[in-house]
Design a protein around this ligand. Structure first.
Ligand SMILES: Cc1cc2nc3c(=O)[nH]c(=O)nc-3n(C[C@H](O)[C@H](O)[C@H](O)COP(=O)(O)OP(=O)(O)OC[C@H]3O[C@@H](n4cnc5c(N)ncnc54)[C@H](O)[C@@H]3O)c2cc1C
Length: 386
């Protein structure tokens, strides 16, 4: 693992072992094929049971529900290794664990936890998280999806957009506003329920090895037992986003490592004007920026993990790390692509695939600018967001 400032000395032997095992699996079963998956625009579903066996799914949730129960630094390292291969793989695991299993764990009934969590940890059941709507994702409070009470049932209607795993999910965590009270509530909706349809978003030029979908709910009826009883108000889905953003702050550094290593290797062997381009100041400046950003980002992520384990993590700290680390990885991928010259525009190299993926990662789970405004509010006490 790229580790310029010996950050690994801060990690426990167990955390390092988890990172190494994840790297071994992904290098043998994913890396050799990722280019084909990305080019074909397919998500490698056959890896889902492998991710389950490895304990990647909901890895930081407790063992009593069939999860690996690892600490948050180890969990972050798994995200790092997944995204070192492709942001699409990390996105699948983030959605399954942080956006679907976490809300069931945090807000679900005991019966919901016992039913869903072990099956989702093994990969037998796949989840998706429906918050964003076609009219915009940055302002989830403006959601139009409605939940109407009808006896002991709820009837859901609305459209969700840009939903990862939508067409392959068995269960959708749907956030909707209760018609009468206006309170935001979460529901576990089976994707084979009458009135539920999912359609894949075509023509993506980013996150191609990941399923992205539109969900339409047309008077979908679910029983009261499908509601997450502990989720009341927008705070519930936002807390799930904090979990996912935490993983993204680690994951982006994996992508940064991949493009940095590729750029260094290429620069050493590429000769122009009789000398390797690695010996040129302009190239070295780009590499120095990449390594510095990775080093700073890794320390940031590690500290975040420790705070999360202590239960002392604030969402704005997660915003800082998501914003910084993802933008650093995106800048590094663009610089790596530049160092590779014309070769950098082909999928023979990883840089452009990571670069295009990171455009999504920079946008989803709160755009760079939205996290800027969250931090701005923390600093000044004045909200520029709403
Ligand atoms: C591949 C992919 C997968 C995704 N997966 C999921 C998923 O599984 N579940 C889910 O619910 N969502 C998902 N999303 C949606 C994602 O979270 C949203 O795209 C994101 O929140 C931004 O919303 P938007 O695209 O509607 O942009 P908008 O909210 O319309 O924003 C457009 C632009 O305006 C800027 N902007 C917005 N408000 C302000 C403001 N107040 N001040 C200044 N600038 C502002 C933004 O920064 C952005 O640049 C996914 C998106 C993608 C691309």
């Amino acid at each position: 693992m790229l580790d310029y400032l010996h950050a690994l000395d801060l990690f426990t032997p167990e955390q390092r072992q988890i990172q190494q095992e994840a790297r071994r699996l992904l290098e043998s079963e994913a890396l050799p094929h990722v280019r084909e998956w990305w080019e074909a625009g397919t998500f490698p579903r056959h890896l889902i049971p492998r991710f389950g066996e490895m304990g990647f799914l909901g890895a930081n949730l407790p063992e009593q529900y069939g999860c690996a129960g690892i600490d948050n630094v180890a969990y972050g390292l798994v995200m790092y290794e997944l995204e070192r291969i492709d942001s699409g793989l990390r996105s699948f695991v983030s959605v399954q664990g942080a956006l679907c299993m976490y809300p069931i764990f945090a807000y679900g009934s005991e019966a919901q936890k016992r039913h869903y969590l072990p099956r989702m940890a093994s990969g037998q059941l796949i989840g998706c998280f429906g918050l964003t709507e076609p009219e915009g994702g940055s302002d989830p409070g403006a959601m139009k999806t409605r939940a109407r009470r009808d006896g002991r049932d709820w009837v859901l209607s609305g459209t969700k957009m840009w939903i990862t795993n939508g067409t392959i999910a068995h269960v959708a965590v749907i956030w909707a506003r209760e018609e009468e009270s206006g309170v935001v509530r979460g529901f576990l909706v089976p994707t084979d329920a009458p009135g539920f349809t999912a359609r894949e978003v075509p023509h993506k030029m980013s996150l191609r090895a990941s399923v992205t979908s539109e969900l339409v709910l047309d008077e979908v009826r679910v029983p009261e037992e499908a509601r997450l009883p502990g989720a009341e108000g927008l705070r519930a889905p936002l807390s799930c986003l904090t979990q996912a953003r935490y993983g993204i702050a680690w994951g982006a550094l994996g992508a940064l490592e991949a493009v940095y290593e590729e750029a260094v290797e290429f620069a050493r062997s590429r000769i122009t004007f009789g000398r390797p381009i690695a010996g040129r100041q302009l190239v070295q400046a780009k590499l120095a920026d990449m390594l510095t950003d990775h080093t700073a980002g890794l320390l940031l992520a590690w500290r975040l993990g420790r705070l999360k384990d202590e239960g002392a993590l604030h969402f704005a700290q997660v915003s800082m790390a998501k914003r910084h680390n993802v933008r650093a990885a995106l800048k590094a991928a663009r610089a790596a692509r530049e160092i590779l010259g014309a070769s950098g525009i082909t999928l023979e190299y990883h840089a452009i695939r990571h670069m295009l993926n990171l455009e999504t990662v920079d946008t989803y789970e709160g755009t760079y600018d939205i996290h800027t405004l969250i931090l701005g509010r923390e600093i000044t006490g004045l909200g520029a967001l709403e």
